[in-house]
Design a protein around this ligand. Structure first.
Ligand SMILES: NC(=O)C1=CN([C@@H]2O[C@H](COP(=O)(O)OP(=O)(O)OC[C@H]3O[C@@H](n4cnc5c(N)ncnc54)[C@H](O)[C@@H]3O)[C@@H](O)[C@H]2O)C=CC1
Ligand SMILES: O=C1[C@@H](O)[C@H](O)[C@@H](O)[C@H](O)[C@H]1O
Length: 342
């Protein structure tokens, strides 16, 4: 069976996902698109080698009988309404991060999905599909390093757009580290503290855009007692560098450097660093959408990041923003987890 997919939001990542769904993912076909900017949606549709319906808005796309499942790649604040509408139609929905920009909206989504009675929502936390993170999780599960004690997570972007605000280092960037830490350590996050070292000059004097506090260092406590130490550096210029090391009782496991080769010359050994998220995680995105489409097609239970994961990460983001603004440790208190997500 081919899963006919409608994509809401044909901007940067929307176009990347349309390309992979249409050309790489077995059993998927993009049959409908929409964008707030109708011209962009029409252009993207024209670029495909088959007919695609261009809808006036996301709600019309969700109701389209030629759409079996929905991909949401519009701006974060619009995600919740589309996810809720898809659940209302009983359709699967893959939503890029964040699931919603408020905890209240993530809870509304959980309530709607629980009322539906089975999982329909998957959140785009693609690191769970990255081969290196998967090998790291397997190493921990095999007991090779003993019980995990500390997870160092470094999230470095070469630069960020003018629209990037101070809080986005937490809600837009570190949200990936929160999710992957919960998944790797099989734990919930219980508290967060944030400190801002001296600021990188590249985050200051950005014209109309506000000054950034960059980098940020976060100390994050978890339900197992393991502690996460997360660094975001979003103006580091040298590349898109994702660092990760879990320290266990008997050893450590870390993400290896990414280059295909290492060059040794003139007294140095050098390895390439990716330039952006798309080159670092392209394979993870491919696997993420391939597994999602396969599960939707088979009607089997979804195994990817759930609405609960979207809610838990949103709760950590809220606590992190409060910790940054108030300069104190803030606890994360989650609601009781519904049975659907256990
Ligand atoms: N998993 C990851 O590593 C990444 C995830 N993202 C997430 O993907 C989402 C989109 O990000 P980008 O593609 O970078 O943004 P973008 O600005 O390039 O594209 C978003 C598109 O959504 C459209 N849009 C906005 N509101 C809409 C609405 N109500 N209905 C229909 N279309 C609407 C915009 O016109 C725009 O074309 C964000 O939530 C972002 O956080 C983005 C980059 C990487
Ligand atoms: O999700 C992403 C972007 O939205 C975000 O702005 C970047 O900081 C992340 O590295 C990227 O993975």
């Amino acid at each position: 069976m081919t899963v006919r997919i409608g994509v809401i939001g044909t901007g940067m990542i929307g176009q990347q996902h349309i390309h992979r769904l249409d050309t790489l993912v077995p059993g998927a076909a993009v049959t409908a698109v929409t964008d707030h900017d109708g011209e962009v949606a029409a252009r993207v549709a024209d670029g495909l080698d088959h007919d695609v319906t261009v809808h006036p808005d996301g709600f019309a796309l969700i109701k389209d009988p030629e759409v079996d499942a929905v991909v949401v790649t519009s701006w974060g604040p619009t995600h919740a309404e589309f996810v809720l509408a898809a659940i209302g139609e009983g359709k699967h929905v893959f939503c890029e991060k964040p699931l919603a920009t408020t905890q209240e909206d993530t809870l509304r989504i959980i309530e709607a999905e629980v009322a539906h009675g089975s999982r329909l929502v998957q959140v785009g936390f693609m690191r769970r599909y990255d081969a290196a993170y998967r090998a790291m999780k397997q190493t921990i599960a095999d007991g090779a390093i003993g019980a995990p004690l500390v997870f160092y997570s470094g999230h470095r972007n070469p630069d960020v757009p003018a629209a990037y605000t101070r809080e986005m280092a937490i809600v837009d960037t570190a949200v990936h580290d929160f999710d992957v830490a919960r998944w790797l350590l099989d734990a919930e996050i219980t508290a967060i503290s944030v400190i801002a070292p001296r600021s990188n000059r590249h985050g200051l004097g950005r014209g109309e855009a506000e000054d950034l506090q960059d980098p940020l260092l976060m100390t994050i406590e978890t339900s197992t007692g393991a502690v996460i130490c997360c660094e975001t550096s979003v103006n580091i210029r040298y590349g898109y560098d994702i660092r990760g090391e879990v320290v266990g009782e008997d050893g450590t496991v870390s993400l290896a450097d990414r280059g295909l080769v290492q060059v040794r010359t003139a007294g140095t050994a050098a390895v390439g660093v990716p330039g952006d998220f798309a080159s670092r995680f392209h394979a993870a995105f491919d696997v993420e959408l391939t597994e999602w489409v396969a599960e939707v097609a088979a009607g089997s239970p979804l195994s990817g990041p759930s609405s609960w994961d979207g809610y838990a990460s949103a709760a950590v983001c809220d606590a992190g923003v409060e910790a940054l603004q108030q300069g104190r440790r803030v606890s994360v208190d989650l609601v009781e987890q519904p049975a659907l997500y256990r």
